[in-house]
Structure formats: structure tokens, C-alpha cells
Design a protein around this ligand. Structure first.
Ligand code: NOJ
Length: 734
């Protein structure tokens, strides 16, 4: 976000005209309250939908029938800076009040959770990050921005940039996985996609990076739990995505619910003022998470609402989501000298700057053509992008004896309740999908005229239907495609789990099918890396399908029949058993790395190795890496190598480069991703490739928050995942 001198002057002039109350009004984000049977704020209703307390259908009914209070009088009085919602007609109505009926005519920011697409729902972020396709990540964000504007949204509560290492945490599904390098690339692509198309007002929105910061490090993966870590860990693991987003000009950030080393991030001036605004240069503003300011009282860091509000604003939190604490108490706090006018002005200036940058003063309304654009069917190019993203996100985890791809004419049996659930393909934080757009796996197979019989048998909850299981076992085909996994509501916010194996009786169903001699292909639909020890050992083929969005069924069908060769990789490590969590590849070295010998770092009753490592994913062809050579120039190390497609079909491989700083002043990770490239190869084709490692990326932050590059020995690894690699050593003097 860059403002011209004229725009900056416009902001200053406007600020100069504002009363104390009007300034406070800009810091207030309101949600429409649902009145009548459901007297809850809109964002609470959204949370109820997301965490499964109400179904999409119930949500739809409430939205269609309930009366809502949009606080028009407060908007008219200039006491509202932002509103939450995704209805363009309502957005225009409210915007008209703000623009035409308030003293200064300041338009509203219209915020909404558009995490992985709006009506065009793309794969959840953990899946999309596994494409290692920066260009795709940017294009999906661009489309989300365009749809958002048509729905009256100009501010997206995305991207979610929490690097997550513990799959018990339900929100792993919303973020780009466990690796800071890949996640930072994702961050850059998303900011570009959301914000950069700004030659036309209907194509860009303000991004809101979240949840700032270290929310994903919640102890034991339990959502909202306490977080505690060293400065070096904060800087090396949890801050890089936000730094990258700020370098791309992200407009805003959302403070996370957690405390960090005892200070809730909502009132943390070290992370907000010193790091985000100071060091990383955020020019836009920080919003609290929903109810975040009030929760500082529950945290026990503020005595009451007034105290919490003053602490938050002074710490650098500019906008209050949902509590009206700023609205109710900040004017008085300024009069009492507890918040300075300078602090208030700084917050208002930041919010106004984003509004100016968005062009809202010139173009506050959604044009009628845009409102009409998505009323009927989704445009073809939106469906095509949903399909491309879904196809590229699928990860082939196992394929014994080349069981996949299936022959299209051969008969097979399809089981699993999830196969026939179009409403379950979208994943957590999908709030504007239309059922008719969603292609379930069963529908995808039907559309392709596949030859199969379907028995639901069992889902993530509930019992096995014995009759259906019997029919599946007695069917004359020996191949069973079993769609198993998690409901959407089992990941996302407030969906941490202590047991991350396949939920319900699904594994029991698989065991019975295997015992009956069936060749079982598991197709997983899930929001988190599951502990798949049993499945990985006993099933001949496994496809990781995640929640792939509205084109899930089409994409899975094409992969099952080999029309698309899978190329996705894991953006997170998969454990074999629950107790291995948190499990991530780039862990610090220990003095006693886990091994067969007793006195080493491991569990007595769990494998040392993960079930599937970070970066892992097979293809219907095979790739061979050879001839790794390192050369060095002033700024980079260049790894050259040969990559060959040694199979019979064309395929795309993600070649990955990792580094280990062998000896350093702090214990460093056993390996760290530093570069990657998607490479397409025809059967038998080989390519000479290079992956560079910038010397400026070879350092790390120490416990004084200083980035240091230390001379010494580095090990460089190249391969198709974080474990199976070639390696060379190089000594570097910076
Ligand atoms: C709570 C969630 O933590 C956050 O991700 C979301 O953007 C807000 N609520 C608004 O819905």
C-alpha cells in the first residue's frame, strides 16, 4: 500500500476536520446484530456456522428471515468505521449513509472472511500451499478479490499466515503449513493477488494478515491456549510470513487471541508497535480479533473494559472488532489523558489511508453489473481455476503396484459417506458457497461415467451400516475407493483435537474391507494432517484430497483415472500416531538425535520418523535426481543437478532445495527449505536444473532479534521431499 503525496494530504486534511468522537468512530468495527430469535452479533453467528453449532442451511434461514440491526443511526452519527458482511445491496445502502449522510462523508470498510475463495471456493490453504505454485496462489487470490468486490467486500480477513507445527490445532487447515519459507512465498503471492490489481477498483481489496502473532504455537495445539517462546524462535519461525507480507505492502493485520510470553497480542506493544509497525513498516492498521479486547479482562491483564481499551490502543491496536469498547470509552480516555491525541490520530490516519488507497472516496458503491455478475452461474473461468487449484493440490501418498490410476472401464465399489457430501468439499471458513456449484466425489465420478456401485457404509461420525458394508464386500469388484476423513467442522477455529487419527469408525470399515481381500484406495478429505500409521502400512493406495473446494469431485476423478497426474506435495509433516505431535521436519538438532540406541530423543512406543515427511508426494511416473554440484558467486550458492522422468507418463515434480547450517552460535534446524521449482518432464526426458540459494537467506535471527549470517560449513540437500535427498557440503565466508 503506497499513497501519493496528494492522497497523504487528503488524509491529513480530513483528520484535521474530525471531532474527537468522529475519530473514535473510525476505530469501531460493527457487525449487524441479528435480532429476534437470534440475538447475537453477526460475527458470532459466523463463528457458530464455522464451528458447527449451526448448519449452513440454518445459517441461510437465519440470514434470509431474521431481522438485523445494521446500526444505521451509529453510521449516520459517524461512529462506525467498518462493517462486516457480504451482501452488496446492503453494503451499498450502508455506504450511502456513510457517504451522504455523515458530516464528513467517510466511506466504510466492508470486512469479511474470504480465506480460500468466496463463491468460487478453492482448496484450503494447507492444500494450496502444497502446490508449491506461487503463480496459482496469486491467481486464486486475485479471483477472490474480484468476487469480494462484487459482494460488497473491500477488506478480506486473509491471508491467514500462521506457520503451524502441531496438527492437533484445528486451524492448521487455514494456513500455509509448517515451513516459514514456503509460507512466506504464499504470503507474498496472496498479498499480490489480493492487493496489486489496483488499476481497476473492482479488482483489488485490502488484505488483513492474521493472526498476528504466534497463535499457531498455542501449547499442545489447543486453540486460544498460551504461547511462550524465545526471541529467536519468534523471529525465525512465526514472524517471517508477516514480514514478507509487509514487504509486499499488506494493508492491515489482525491481532491474535493468544498471549505471547504473558502479554496478549491484542495489547502487545512489542509485537504491534515495535515489530509490525516499526521494524516491518506496516503503514495500514491493526484490527483486534473478534472480542479480542474484552478477552484481555478474562486473560487477567486488564481490570475492566475501559482498562483493556486503553491498553490496546496505546499498544498499537487501531480497530476494535466487535466489542464497542473503543466506541464506548476512548473519547473519555483521551479527555482523561490516558490516551494521547497523537496516539488516536495515528490510528485514525492509518484507517483513513487504507480507505483512500482502496479508492472508496471516489467509488464507494458496488456497481449494479457487478452485483448481477454472480447471481446466476459461476463464470467458466472461475470454475476452471477452482479445478486447476484442486488438481494441483492433490497429493499421492502411496501407490503400491501401480494400483492407480484406475482403468476407467473397470468396475469398482465406492464407499464412505463423505463421497456423497457436496457440502463437505469446501472446508473451514467457506461462507458464501452455493450447493449447486459443489461437485462431490460421487458426482465427479458420475459426470465421468465411471463404472461403480456406491454404499455410504460409514462417515466421520456415527456407526457402520452393516448391511451396506456387507453389500460392499459382496460386490464383484475387488477395488474399493474409500472416501474417508473429517467433516469441515472438525478443523478450523475451535476445532482442536487430541486424537488426529481417522475419526469415528472409518478405520474399522477400512479394516473390514481389507480383511475381505479388497484392494482399498483411500481418498482422504480432511483439514489437518491425520496420523495415518495404520493406513500407510495396510492400504495399497492413498490420495490426500484435503478439502479441495467446489471442484473437488472433478479433480479427484481426473486423478483417479490418470487424466491428471498428481503433483501436489505435503506442506506439513504427517505423524503415524497422535503422540508424535508436534511433528515438523525443520526441528532443531539435538545432542542425541533419535536412533535405535536407547538414550536418544524418541518415544519408546512410536516411530522416530514421520509417516509422510514435509514436501512429500508421489506421481504416476518416477523421477530420478543425480549429479548434484555446488558453485558459489558473490550473492548465491547455485545447486546444479539433473532431474529425469524415469517412468512412462509425463509428470510434474517439485524439486526442493534444503540447507543445514552445520555449526552456528545457536542450535539450528536439521534442514530448512530454501528454494523450489515445479518442473514438467515428458517420459524419459531429463533436464539440467539449477536452484539458487541466496546468501542473504542463509542466516538466522539470534536472541537479540538480530539477523546474522555466520561463516562456516553448510550442507545443501536437493530432492523431491525433505527426507530423500542428495547432499553436498560447502564452506561459506559471508
Ligand atoms: C475470529 C477468527 O479468529 C478470525 O480468523 C476471523 O477473521 C474473525 N473471527 C472474523 O470472523
Amino acid at each position: 500500500m503506497k499513497l501519493s503525496e496528494t492522497q497523504k494530504k487528503f488524509v491529513e486534511d480530513l483528520l484535521g476536520k474530525m471531532t474527537l468522537e468522529e475519530k473514535v468512530g473510525q476505530l469501531n468495527q460493527d457487525s449487524p446484530s441479528i435480532v429476534g430469535g437470534f440475538d447475537v452479533p453477526f460475527e458470532e453467528l459466523i463463528e457458530m456456522l464455522t464451528d458447527g453449532r449451526i448448519s449452513q442451511e440454518e445459517f441461510g434461514k437465519i440470514m434470509a428471515t431474521a431481522e438485523r440491526d445494521f446500526h444505521e443511526d451509529d453510521i449516520r452519527a459517524g461512529m462506525v468505521g467498518s462493517v462486516m458482511g457480504n451482501d452488496p445491496v446492503k453494503a451499498n445502502e450502508l455506504q450511502k449513509i456513510a457517504v451522504e449522510e455523515t458530516r464528513l462523508g467517510i466511506p466504510l470498510l466492508m470486512g469479511f472472511d474470504v480465506i480460500h475463495g468466496l463463491r468460487s471456493v478453492f482448496p484450503i490453504a494447507i492444500a494450496e500451499a502444497g502446490t508449491f505454485d506461487d503463480d496459482l496462489m496469486e491467481r486464486t487470490a486475485q479471483m477472490a478479490a474480484k468476487e469480494s468486490r462484487a459482494y460488497g467486500i473491500n477488506w478480506n480477513f486473509a491471508p491467514m499466515l500462521d506457520v503451524a507445527r502441531d496438527s492437533r490445532w484445528g486451524r492448521v487447515s487455514e494456513g500455509p503449513g509448517e515451513d516459514p519459507f514456503l509460507a512466506s512465498k504464499f504470503a507474498r503471492a496472496k498479498i499480490k493477488g489480493l492487493q496489486n490489481n489496483n488499476d481497476s477498483v473492482d479488482s483489488y481489496v485490502a488484505a488483513c494478515t492474521k493472526h498476528y502473532v504466534a497463535y499457531s504455537a498455542c501449547e499442545a495445539g489447543r486453540d486460544y491456549n498460551t504461547t511462550s517462546m524465545s526471541t529467536s524462535q519468534l523471529y525465525n519461525v512465526y514472524l517471517p510470513t508477516f514480514k514478507a507480507a509487509m514487504e509486499e505492502g499488506a494493508c492491515s493485520a489482525m491481532a491474535s487471541f493468544n498471549d505471547l510470553n504473558g502479554v496478549p497480542c491484542t495489547v502487545n506493544s512489542y509485537t504491534l508497535r515495535d515489530i509490525l509497525k516499526g521494524e516491518f513498516g506496516l503503514e495500514g492498521f491493526v484490527v483486534s480479533d473478534a472480542n479480542g479486547i474484552r478477552e484481555c479482562v478474562t486473560h487477567g491483564i486488564a481490570e475492566d473494559d475501559v482498562d483493556a481499551g486503553i491498553m490496546a490502543l496505546n499498544a498499537g491496536l487501531d480497530m476494535d472488532m466487535g466489542t464497542r469498547i473503543f466506541y464506548n470509552h476512548i473519547a473519555q480516555a483521551v479527555k482523561d489523558g490516558k490516551v494521547s491525541m497523537e496516539t488516536l490520530d495515528d490510528a485514525v490516519r492509518r484507517i483513513l489511508s487504507v480507505k483512500v488507497w482502496l479508492g472508496l472516496f471516489e467509488n464507494p458503491y458496488v456497481p449494479q453489473e457487478a452485483i448481477e455478475a454472480y447471481k446466476a452461474n459461476l463464470p467458466k473461468e472461475h470454475i476452471a481455476l477452482c479445478e486447476e487449484a484442486a488438481e494441483k493440490s492433490i497429493v499421492l501418498l502411496k501407490n503400491e503396484d501401480k494400483l492407480l490410476p484406475l482403468n476407467k472401464t473397470d468396475k469398482f465399489t465406492l464407499v464412505g459417506e463423505l463421497a456423497d457430501r457436496p457440502d463437505e468439499v469446501v472446508g473451514a471458513w467457506s461462507l458464501a458457497w452455493e450447493k449447486d456449484d459443489c461437485v462431490s466425489i460421487k458426482a465427479g465420478l458420475e459426470n465421468a461415467n465411471a463404472n461403480f456401485e456406491y454404499y455410504p457404509v460409514c462417515g466421520p461420525e456415527g456407526e457402520i451400516n452393516a448391511e451396506e458394508l456387507k453389500l460392499a464386500i459382496e460386490s464383484d469388484s475387488d477395488i474399493v475407493v474409500a472416501v474417508v476423513g473429517e467433516y469441515t467442522s472438525m478443523s478450523g477455529e475451535a476445532s482442536s483435537k487430541a486424537d488426529i487419527t481417522l475419526p469415528g469408525h472409518q478405520q474399522e470399515m477400512l479394516k473390514k474391507l481389507v480383511a475381505a481381500g479388497k484392494k482399498v484406495v483411500a481418498v482422504l478429505m480432511n483439514g489437518r494432517p491425520l496420523a495415518l500409521g495404520w493406513e500407510a502400512e495396510k492400504l495399497p493406495a492413498i490420495l490426500e484430497g484435503w478439502h479441495l473446494g467446489i471442484q473437488m469431485g472433478t479433480a479427484i476423478t481426473k486423478v483417479l483415472f490418470g487424466e491428471v497426474n498428481p503433483s501436489g506435495k505435503l506442506s506439513s509433516t504427517f505423524s503415524s500416531v497422535n503422540g508424535q505431535e508436534p511433528m515438523y521436519y525443520n526441528h532443531p538438532n539435538t545432542g542425541r538425535p533419535g536412533s535405535k540406541s536407547k538414550f536418544t530423543s524418541k518415544y519408546l512406543d512410536a516411530p522416530i520418523e514421520p509417516c509422510f515427511p514435509f514436501g512429500y508426494g508421489l506421481s504416476y511416473t518416477t523421477f530420478e535426481y543425480s549429479d548434484l554440484k555446488l558453485t558459489e558467486n558473490k550473492d548465491e550458492i547455485i545447486a546444479s543437478f539433473t532431474l529425469k522422468n524415469t517412468g512412462n507418463v509425463a509428470g510434474t515434480e517439485v524439486a526442493q532445495l534444503y540447507m543445514q547450517d552445520v555449526t552456528a552460535s545457536l542450535v539450528r534446524p536439521v534442514r530448512e527449505l530454501k528454494n523450489y521449482e515445479r518442473v514438467q518432464l515428458n517420459p524419459g526426458e531429463s533436464k539440467q536444473l539449477t536452484l539458487s540459494l541466496r546468501k542473504c537467506d542463509m542466516g538466522f535471527y539470534n536472541n537479540d532479534a538480530k539477523y546474522v549470517c555466520e561463516d562456516g560449513l553448510f550442507r545443501i540437500y536437493v530432492g523431491g521431499n525433505s527426507k530423500d535427498t542428495m547432499e553436498e557440503e560447502i564452506r561459506i565466508k559471508f
